[in-house]
Design a protein around this ligand. Structure first.
Ligand code: C2E
Ligand code: MG
Ligand code: MG
Ligand code: MG
Length: 276
């Protein structure tokens, strides 16, 4: 009897697993043609210089538009792309789109604008990334200094040499780097200093309640001071209200990003935002 129970439990577990892998399989079946036929969309969110209140940069964030007009968000499909090898094509598409849109902004006089693109750990798997970055810059004509690549602490923490070699190669093109989601991973502070990224982005979990709740204030203040001592600009992501913004200004943060100013928007809306 106990054996039967055990077997039932096993079968139940298996069924749940199957269902989950079915969902992922279906997602992948639809994602593949969407990526291959450039059906993904790139949205842009402004970064605001807190001292002037002006847009200084934008972050490119990928979305997957559906037939019914809805969007699938990256947290849903980036992991699928990563584990299936589609991430390289997806990444190349976002890089090219982002560089082309930023180059367009430069061509109409907004030469101060830079564009940030997120990178996944798995985009470093096959050594193709430096070539992909180079060709996005060449195709668009965007100056390398106007492109910023966002890396997480875990990418930087990988010390297998292979990732670092590719990062050095990309750095030599003149591209800028920022450290994304800072505070959620674990950092090799020594390497963080040596890597010399231009910006440190404090993760939104520390920012959204700032100015309302004192919980994260000391931590945010310490991160800002650390970044300054490493000569990095500090970006706070997830700024949703005036209270958080005021606190960030008080703590000496350089740049803000969040719903307070704008959600990520398609480029025709970004054109309007820049001119308003
Ligand atoms: P991320 O790089 O940390 O991007 C910031 C995320 O915070 C974005 O979510 C953005 O929409 C959201 N956000 C911005 N302001 C606020 C705010 O005030 N409040 C709140 N609650 N959220 C805010 P999104 O667009 O859903 O992207 C999620 C993550 O997916 C990104 O996090 C990034 O890691 C990844 N991702 C997005 N696009 C790409 C891409 O092209 N390639 C790769 N490899 N990853 C991407
Ligand atoms: Mg980012
Ligand atoms: Mg990110
Ligand atoms: Mg983040």
């Amino acid at each position: 009897e106990s054996k039967r129970k055990g077997r039932n439990r096993f079968e139940y577990y298996n069924a749940a697993l199957d269902e989950r892998s079915d969902v992922l399989f279906n997602l992948l079946q639809q994602l593949r043609p969407a990526v291959l036929h450039n059906k993904l969309a790139v949205y842009y969110q402004p970064l605001i210089a807190l001292e002037t209140g002006k847009v200084c940069a934008m972050e490119a964030l990928v979305r997957w538009p559906q037939e019914d007009g809805s969007l699938i968000f990256p947290d849903q499909f980036i992991p699928v792309a990563e584990s299936s090898g589609l991430i390289n094509q997806l990444g190349a598409f976002v890089l090219t789109e982002a560089c082309e849109y930023c180059a367009y902004q430069h061509s109409i006089g907004n030469k101060y604008l830079s564009v940030a693109v997120n990178l996944s750990f798995s985009q470093f798997r096959d050594n193709s990334l430096p070539g992909i970055v180079k060709s996005a810059l060449q195709k668009s004509g965007l100056p390398a200094v106007s492109l910023e690549l966002e890396l997480t602490e875990s990418i930087l923490a990988d010390d297998h040499g292979n990732i670092r070699k590719q990062l050095e190669h990309i750095k030599q093109l003149g591209v800028q780097f920022s450290i994304d989601d800072f505070g959620t991973g674990y950092s090799n502070l020594n390497y963080l200093r040596a890597f010399n990224a231009g910006k440190l982005k404090i993760d939104k979990i520390f920012i959204t309640t700032l100015g309302i709740d004192q919980k994260h204030e000391t931590l945010v203040s310490a991160i800002i001071n650390m970044a300054k001592s490493l000569d990095m600009q500090v970006v706070a992501e997830g700024v949703e209200n005036e209270a958080a913004k005021a606190k960030l200004v008080e703590l000496g943060c350089d740049i803000g990003q969040g719903y307070l100013w704008s959600k990520p928007i398609p480029k025709h809306e970004f054109d309007v935002l820049l001119n308003s």
